[in-house]
Design a protein around this ligand. Sequence first.
Ligand SMILES: [Zn+2]
Length: 270
Amino acid sequence: MLDSMFKDTMVNMKWTDIESYANKKALVLIPLGVIEEHGPHLCLGTDILTAHVYCLSIKEKLEQEGYNVIIAPPFYWGVCQSTGGFIGSFRIRKETAKALLFDILASLAEFGFTNIFGVNAHGDIEHSLAIIEAFKDATEKLKINACYAFDEWRLPHFGFSGNEPYLCPIELQSIVVSTAEVSDVHGGDIETAIIHKFYPHLVDVEKAKSLPPVALDDDKVEQWLFGGHIKELSSDGYLGTPSNYESVDALNYVSDYTYRISKAIIGRIV
Ligand SMILES: [Zn+2]
């Protein structure tokens, strides 16, 4: 159980600690997410809490390989596109998110860090673009290696090859995580299982068990992706099967995903 997304991040350290990590040329991981509604059973911080969990696990894996690793303050003012207009989903403009993230990368560069990796747990298109553009600008203008770990299968949808210096492609998932017929798009069984594993007090389990599956039909995918229709798609603000969360092995899911992210990062260290 965790009690804070600041655990083992720069937020809980002194500047002298940061300096010694910079002197050691440590790799920096930045947890990336949003503050967004996740159904009536999950907290608004679900994505950023998950990104932080990923970073803790990646740090452990990279340290086992002999790297020095430090986690930057979690960046949670990303873009809520799909659930925009729902209570709890903060309306941060893409340009705001991009500018803020660039300033954070510039600060890290100023501290002396040269290898910075973004680890994200929120899938919106505009959010991904804000991150990609900030990392691209940082790579080009700050002369550092700022690299965003991005799911390989999403690259073609964004017009990328995976060879861009500001992206490190994450291999496809090969394990089966969920048995639910209605898969997790938002606030479903996988997200619920992860938060329940690391922050059990932040899940309303009785509520989660009582919720019926809500599917995203194929002809509604665009409405979901481009946003503005969440209330028509799901009046409770989730898509998936929250009630199935107990059958998801959250630790195995996190371990598999962070193994693949760690591999992607190792391939891009300069
Ligand atoms: Zn989420």
